[in-house]
Design a protein around this ligand. Structure first.
Ligand SMILES: [Zn+2]
Length: 213
């Protein structure tokens, strides 16, 4: 066996211990997961290892559908995130889509710097655009406050992007309950808070888009 496989042994040990704990606290746990997949929440968050969706908001396996990428971006050319959203809305019929950014986001910080590796630079280009759009506000802040604020702005801009997505607009048009939310998590103290950009109808979305433009 190679050294790399040996390095994973503690993960398999952890897995066996977790199974034992789950079976002890809820003997029906694994059977219940095989019967249904009906999460109420879609979490769109950052890939950052410090921001695990389920733990932060105390949800069990099966309770939140998750998509993560660097800096929690929703690009209209990204088939991955668009497919996740369409499946979540049309098949799972989630009630809430939560874009969850975080302070201390490396992807957002990269957008405030001079340059990154090629693919990262390509990926974070939208954040550079947001920084330009909000440059007057950001210019008044010190470095830490500017980074924090751009993390928030990035989340709000992603909620704005969600408002354009056909599967979401079509859900509202047919009367399906669906709310969009912008949240931010603070890795410094573990607190998650709302950025007060909740949207639950086409009309609200259109007003929000007009306000942002
Ligand atoms: Zn991040």
């Amino acid at each position: 066996m190679c050294q790399q496989c040996d390095d994973l042994n503690h993960l398999f040990d952890n897995n066996r211990a977790w199974i034992a704990r789950m079976n002890e606290t809820d003997p029906d746990f694994f059977d219940s997961l095989t019967r249904t997949h009906a999460p109420e929440y879609l979490w769109i968050g950052c890939s950052d290892a410090r921001v695990p969706a389920n733990q932060i908001v105390g949800l069990k396996p099966g309770e939140v559908f998750v998509h993560r990428n660097i800096a929690n971006l929703i690009n209209s050319s990204d088939m991955n995130v668009l497919t996740v959203i369409e499946y979540a809305v049309e098949v799972l019929q989630v009630k809430h889509i939560m874009v969850t950014g975080h302070y201390g986001c490396g992807g957002v910080k990269a957008a405030l710097g001079d340059g990154s590796p090629d693919m990262v630079e390509h990926w974070i280009r939208p954040i550079r655009k947001y920084a330009l759009r909000h440059q007057d506000e950001l210019a008044r802040l010190d470095d830490q406050a500017r980074w924090d604020r751009l993390c928030e702005i990035n989340v709000i801009e992603q909620v704005r992007n969600l408002c354009h997505i056909p599967s979401i607009r079509n859900a509202w048009a047919r009367g399906q309950r669906l709310e969009l939310h912008g949240l931010i998590y603070d890795i410094r103290d573990g607190v998650i808070k709302s950025l007060d950009v909740s949207i639950c109808s086409r009309e609200q979305a259109d007003r929000f888009l007009t306000r942002c433009d």
